[in-house]
Design a protein around this ligand. Structure first.
Ligand code: TIU
Length: 221
């Protein structure tokens, strides 16, 4: 059991009931030539969260916390991709189009893979999700149930899109979510800041926000 300094208040965590959930730290979002860039974003804005995330991942592994990774992406035949998702907007390349890291946001392609700095190791579940939320059309809920997880430490990208959607889904499923703010990032720094405020407002309406350093201090105590 350890105490984690967080907003709106500190909370007690029990390692065997706590999982680190790393959302969509894929080349498609973080590196040039992927999905994020095709949408018109500056992907370099996501890089600052990698190192704190790497430190949290190392500590979580060292202390035996369950680590779960997610990847957003689709089957090669696009049978699990809604037309509105593929056709929306005017991107440089659409989902499924060939790009420099393979077909955009398609499972099995280089761009779909998790970045080397945060690569999963054997035994860490990887959840492939077709949507923004990690619970939608996945077996994440089942895995949390079988492992007895009631609390999620959430990292990843992007803060206001897949991280927020997943936190909202988890909150409605009775899980406590702690977003490690500096382990998340957005293509829109102002959205990142507001998304974190939205989690902790109203007495922590969606959960808690903490930092990599608070987590490292707490778990190493
Ligand atoms: N575009 C954007 O900010 N995010 C996504 O499309 N997916 C995730 O956040 N993973």
């Amino acid at each position: 059991m350890f105490m984690l300094d967080a907003e709106p208040e500190s909370l007690q965590l029990e390692p065997k009931h706590t999982a680190l959930l790393i959302i969509d730290m894929q080349r498609d979002f973080v590196e040039p030539g992927g999905f994020g860039e095709t949408l018109g974003n500056d992907v370099s804005l996501l890089r600052d969260c990698i190192e704190p995330c790497r430190q949290v991942l190392a500590a979580a592994r060292a202390h035996g916390l369950l680590v779960i990774h997610t990847r957003e992406g689709h089957r090669p035949d696009l049978s699990d991709a809604h037309a509105q998702k593929i056709q929306r907007g005017n991107p440089a390349l659409r989902i499924g189009d060939p790009g420099p890291m393979g077909r955009i946001l398609i499972r099995g392609e280089a761009g779909h893979d998790i970045i080397p700095e945060l690569y999963p190791v054997a035994g860490e579940p990887v959840i492939d999700k077709p949507g923004k939320g990690a619970f939608y059309q996945t077996d994440l809920e089942l895995i949390l149930q079988t492992r007895g997880i009631d609390t999620l430490l959430v990292c990843g990208v992007t803060t206001e899109v897949c991280v927020h959607t997943t936190v909202r889904e988890a909150n409605d499923r009775g899980r406590r979510c702690v977003v490690l703010g500096d382990c998340c990032a957005s293509y829109f720094p102002e959205f990142h800041a507001v998304a974190l405020r939205m989690v902790v407002a109203q007495g922590g309406i969606f959960g808690w926000v903490s930092t990599a350093q608070h987590f490292l201090t707490a778990i190493n105590d």
